[in-house]
Design a protein around this ligand. Sequence first.
Ligand code: AP5
Length: 218
Amino acid sequence: MNLILLGPPGAGKGTQAKLLSEGLGLWHISTGDILREELKAGSDLGCLAKTFIDKGELVPDSLVIKLIEKKILEAKGKNGFILDGFPRNLAQAKSLDSIFKIYNLSIDWVIYFEASQKTIVQRLSGRRVCKVCFANFHLNNMPPKKENICDYCGGELYQRPDDNEETIKNRLRVYLKSASLLIDYYEKQKKLFKVNADFNAEKVYQILLKTFEEKKPN
Ligand code: AP5
């Protein structure tokens, strides 16, 4: 099964992608994580991406599309994959269709995470991320077992620099500019379903599993 996760920053796409990837054996492809990995490695691409990420702007399509094609090729032939944070606009969605055509792939479902503004702000302001493995935590909703230490790899947790009030506002603005076009695009293809992402993570996950089961072709 190949999935796309769409939704505003902080809606819980990364959290659900991790649960789905562990639960269903799907490959998790997060453009945000890939760009942060590039930055951590000090590559030219990472340094260039930082100038956009820090302002809450999209990294240029040409760079992100190349990265995603490479990752999709790596995931091809496996159990399936989850695209988390891609596509972000119509140009990326159309490029993705072209990539799929070349490699004879298709998307099964596009899940749109609906979250209130109150939820988004609460989640992003309390988010903490592992410096080493990029696992997500939240100071109140999903605290780590040991303060500031990743449960999975023991790495140090930090607050993403783009999780500050001003950048969050811009990320939301950028998101809203293309969200409805993307939703229409996938609704027309009858691939989109919406999930109420205000629920806790376990409940959202259970809703997703139930929906996949119900939508399974007989
Ligand atoms: P990216 O890293 O993709 O950020 P985002 O889309 O803004 O999404 P987030 O990671 O902020 O939120 P999320 O929905 O994954 O929420 P999470 O699960 O972490 O992108 C960052 C930047 O990279 C972009 O601004 C752009 O510059 C660039 N970029 C990325 N992709 C690009 C592309 N395709 N094109 C161009 N540029 C691109 O959850 C948030 C918090 O809430 C966590 O603390 C979590 O523990 C908690 N939480 C999650 N779910 C729940 C729940 N159900 N209940 C309670 N708490 C929860």
